[in-house]
Design a protein around this ligand. Structure first.
Ligand code: PHE
Length: 340
């Protein structure tokens, strides 16, 4: 027995391995159910007390050394295996992440904003849930004006003073109340009107409005600004025309048309044979509005304009149905590029 223990101890000390399977094989050979050391322990049971005393210590030591050796190899080889599985191959091509595209409304809104930014306009925003003052009263809407009618406006909790804004002009009122002229802002936002949904109307849509207030601002400034905008948006050869119109908050007021670029002004079904497309309302800010916002209307004048983003996108990309913007059909959305 003594010799056997010595021999096995030598084997253990010499043992070396480069893979985990060999280590496991060695463990089974030594300490498995029928392993050599296990067998020695079986034989040990039959020894006399004196024999046990003589050999017991060596036998125990052999078992401990074997376990230590096996465990240290397991740990070492386990770690290096982990390392090889964690190594990156930097030369592999990257995974192809699918790229999304912006919604056409966002693309158009950003295009509009970019053009006015170049003219020194800054962006102003405001709340979608508004009060009567900012949407109507401060903008010179007479109390009985039809736009306040339940037909057009969504009121909140049957309180006629709280409502969803029907235009982004409310942002301009807030800006005029909060800042002193000169004011030069562009106001993008979502607006709400109680209309039946169809190809040409929706109860939720987007507007971008602009406001410029300073000393000596004239209608000629308005016209030149809008001509610049139209040519940047629709091309250098675009022409504009201003037709007299009416808004409670501007005087004089106008509608702006751009020459139809689809037929080049000759007349087609998009421009209904007129050669012109209506794109926005505009005018000189009514002095009553300036006074409502505590701006001296003798010293300052200004102009304002407002356009629908959906309509601009329809004209730019010849989209024929407003409902397409809200359906989120991927085939529709993909057509507008991958500008993310
Ligand atoms: N607020 C108007 C609308 O919603 C647009 C507009 C803005 C017209 C500014 C004139 C001046 O229709």
């Amino acid at each position: 027995m003594k010799n056997k223990v010595k021999e096995l101890l030598e084997q253990v000390e010499k043992f070396t391995s480069e893979n985990l399977d060999c280590v496991e094989e060695f463990r089974i050979k030594m300490l498995g159910k029928k392993g050599e050391i296990t067998q020695l322990f079986e034989d040990f049971k039959t020894f006399t007390a004196e024999q046990k005393r003589e050999i017991g210590k060596d036998l125990n030591e052999l078992k401990i050394k074997t376990l230590e050796k096996i465990n240290s190899f397991k740990e070492l080889l386990g770690k290096s295996q982990e390392k090889t599985t964690n190594i990156f191959d930097m030369t592999l091509p990257a995974n192809n992440e699918p790229v999304g595209s912006r919604h056409p409304i966002s693309i158009m809104k950003n295009k509009i904003i970019d053009i006015f930014k170049r003219l020194g306009y800054t962006i102003a925003e405001g709340p979608e849930i508004e009060d009567d003052w900012h949407v109507f009263s401060a903008l010179n809407f007479p109390p009985e004006h039809p736009a306040r009618d339940m037909q057009d406006t969504f009121f909140i909790e049957s309180n006629p003073d709280i409502l969803l804004r029907t235009h982004t002009s409310s942002i301009q009122v807030r800006a005029m109340e909060q800042t002193k002229p000169p004011i030069r802002i562009i106001c993008p936002g979502r607006v709400f009107r109680n209309e039946a949904i169809s190809a040409r109307a929706h109860c939720i849509f987007h507007q971008v409005e602009g406001l410029y207030i300073d000393e000596n601002v004239s209608f000629a400034d308005l016209k030149q600004t809008l001509l610049y905008f139209a040519q940047e948006m629709f091309g250098k050869d675009t022409q504009i025309r201003l037709r007299p119109s009416y808004f409670p908050f501007t005087e004089p007021s106008a509608e702006m048309d751009v020459s139809c670029k689809i037929c080049g002004g000759k007349g087609c079904n998009i421009c209904k044979g007129t050669g012109w497309l209506e794109i926005m309302g505009c005018g000189m800010v009514d002095p009553n509005v300036l006074e409502s916002c505590k701006i001296d209307s003798k010293k300052y004048t200004g102009f304002a304009f407002g356009m629908g983003v959906e309509r601009m996108a329809m004209l730019k990309w010849q989209i024929r149905d407003l409902r397409l913007y809200f359906e989120n059909d991927i085939r529709f959305l993909r057509q507008f590029g991958t500008v993310v």
